[in-house]
Design a protein around this ligand. Structure first.
Ligand SMILES: Nc1ncnc2c1ncn2[C@@H]1O[C@H](COP(=O)(O)OP(=O)(O)OP(=O)(O)O)[C@@H](O)[C@H]1O
Length: 450
């Protein structure tokens, strides 16, 4: 599990946070002073440092610079008071992964930590230090919403259909489309929901450690096995094992995985005792596994074993009707996490959201909105706080018919919401998850005569 250093001079709060994060499975150390913290991060490598911005003996920004100079791969998250947003923005420019405003809920801090630990946020998963790579993903507290586009409706239908069965599911889709979220939805809607959902990033498992990661080991079975370890299969017993980036498993690991799935039994490394495991497997990939099978790098028998049912998650540009719905969800979340009260998006921003290609899909949308909320000082998100790539002219979309159907759909939804709320525009705006101002603008734009 990732290891975290908390630097916080409020000892009681620090200990509470340490206890909570330890319970969540992180390895946590804490320091109440900057000198003690420096000693710790100079002698240990931390995946993440969660530090108070205002420490009595040191300024958080200076500390951030020192941590980054000592260990550039460590993600730094700052805890701030409401009045310190300016410094937090400065800190993010200086390389902080994120910041969180106090007071915050346990779920919020876990979400910020998980986001900061994602590989694209930090370079900790670089091949320079494979031993430090972590394969087990932590449980994200997520609010899943169902998209309203036709493509999302179809996906949700598949999720609902397959969830109660015990079928292995292969989820495909571009990075950031919501494959893991969908896997969790399948688990949460299955009879296994009261057991564990264990998410494993197969891309992060060093080949030589994979057997022990999947099946566990007994103390002393190899150098470094200093205590007994429960593997992912045993941890997920009764529940669901989610294997992300399954195409990255070595051929040898594929054989071991197939055997475990066929025999429904595993042995810990160094043990002769067989343990029966009852695990449902959900896998995800953003590469073409069938091609990998054709090339001979992915076993065909395993592929069929994992692909009893497949679900293709559409990219965000294939479900433009969902953009505003998700944008508003992420806006609410960012407001909560950052202690802000941004009401919505300017019309120009909304237009850019529709025209942009979103190569990073929902994850990119979420990050763009969080950053925009952090940088916004007014009531709405304006174009100035959007990253440059959104402001670049986009290549013409091949199918402009899509735009027409979106406009038609949006108009229809507005009329429906207004009728449903007896033409009360505030209520209708709420129902549509847009601000009143946006609703008025849309009514004018579509020349709706209400
Ligand atoms: N239906 C949804 N409701 C709410 N949030 C969502 C939904 N789908 C995806 N997200 C959010 O989008 C982000 C990306 O989702 P997720 O990690 O599931 O994508 P992924 O396809 O597994 O990505 P990768 O291929 O990079 O592992 C997450 O922050 C997640 O919370």
């Amino acid at each position: 599990m990732p290891n975290i250093l908390i630097i916080e001079d409020d000892a009681a709060f620090c200990q509470m946070l340490q206890r909570f994060l330890t319970k969540k499975g992180y390895e946590v150390q804490s320091s109440f002073t900057a000198p003690d913290a420096k000693e710790k991060y100079r002698t240990n490598t931390f995946d993440l440092v969660l530090t108070d911005l205002r420490l009595p003996d040191c300024n958080g920004i200076q500390l951030l610079a020192d941590i980054k100079a000592t260990s550039p791969q460590t993600a730094v998250v700052l805890m701030t008071g409401y009045a310190e947003v300016g410094s937090a923005v400065e800190a993010m420019k200086q390389g902080a992964a994120d910041y969180i405003s106090k007071p915050f809920t346990p779920e919020e801090v876990v979400e910020v930590i998980e986001n900061a630990l994602k590989p694209e946020k930090s370079s900790k998963n670089s091949s320079k230090n494979p031993k430090k790579q972590e394969s087990q993903k932590t449980t994200e507290n997520f609010t899943m919403i169902n998209g309203i586009s036709e493509a999302s409706k179809k996906t949700n239908e598949y999720i609902k259909l397959v969830a109660p069965t015990d079928m292995s599911v292969l989820i495909t889709g571009e990075s950031g489309t919501g494959k893991e979220v969908s896997a969790r939805a399948i688990h949460n809607n299955s009879p296994r929901k009261d057991f564990m959902f264990v998410a494993v990033d197969c891309g992060a498992i060093p080949k030589e450690l994979a057997t022990s990661e999947f099946f566990g080991h007994v103390k002393g079975s190899f150098t470094g096995a200093i205590e007994d370890k429960v593997g992912h299969f045993e941890a997920a017993n009764g529940g669901t094992l989610f294997l992300d980036e399954v195409g990255n498993l070595s051929y040898e690991n594929q054989i071991q995985l197939l055997r475990a799935l066929q025999e429904r039994k595993i042995k810990r490394v160094g043990s002769t005792r067989e343990v029966a495991v009852d695990v449902r497997i959900i896998t995800a990939t953003n590469e073409d596994l069938q091609k990998a099978v054709e090339k001979g790098v992915f076993r065909e028998d395993l592929y069929h074993r994992l692909n009893e049912f497949s679900i293709a998650i559409p990219s965000l540009k294939e479900r433009k009707d969902d953009i505003l719905l998700f944008a508003n969800l992420f806006l609410d979340k960012a407001n909560q996490t950052l202690g802000k009260k941004i009401l919505g998006f300017s019309d120009e921003v909304t237009e850019l959201f529709y025209s942009y290609r979103w190569p990073g899909n929902l994850r990119e949308l979420k990050n763009v909105i969080k950053r925009a909320v952090l940088l916004s000082s007014g009531e709405t998100v304006n174009t100035e706080v959007l990253p440059g790539e959104l402001l670049q002219p986009q290549a013409e979309e091949a199918i402009s018919a899509d735009e027409f159907s979106r406009a038609d759909y949006e108009k229809e939804q507005i009329i429906k919401a207004l009728k449903q709320t007896n033409f009360n525009k505030s209520k209708a705006a709420k129902l549509l998850r847009v601000t009143r101002k946006t609703l008025y603008n849309k009514i004018n734009y579509y020349k709706l005569d209400f």
